[in-house]
Design a protein around this ligand. Structure first.
Ligand SMILES: [Zn+2]
Length: 102
């Protein structure tokens, strides 16, 4: 494979140019920074979504069906679950960031 940088003719299977060290096989360089960033963003959204849903339903179900001795109305239960959803989404985002350190 011919090096795009210095035009040195390398072996067909060479990962790097023998003369200048330029990476010849794209996969060897790993994913681009833009790709990694896109994965991070998508992951953060997914984790936040799951965390938010989990937080919402955990609190809503717990308040509605498990802790039935409380004084909360349905509207208050939904409010509490909404707060929990925000916390869950935040926790999910933190998890995604922990999984993909910069
Ligand atoms: Zn080269």
């Amino acid at each position: 494979m011919q090096c795009p940088t210095c035009n040195h003719l390398n072996d067909a299977m060479s990962v790097r140019c023998l003369q200048c060290g330029t990476v010849l096989i794209h996969e060897a360089a790993g994913h681009s920074a833009a790709y990694k960033k896109a994965v991070r963003v998508l992951d953060a959204r997914m984790y936040s979504g799951i965390g938010g849903l989990a937080g919402f339903f955990t609190i809503a179900i717990a308040l509605k069906f498990v802790f039935t001795q409380h004084w909360l109305t349905d509207a208050e239960i939904v409010s509490a679950a909404g707060v929990s959803a925000v916390l869950g989404a935040f926790a999910g985002g933190m998890l995604a960031r922990a999984k993909h350190p910069l």
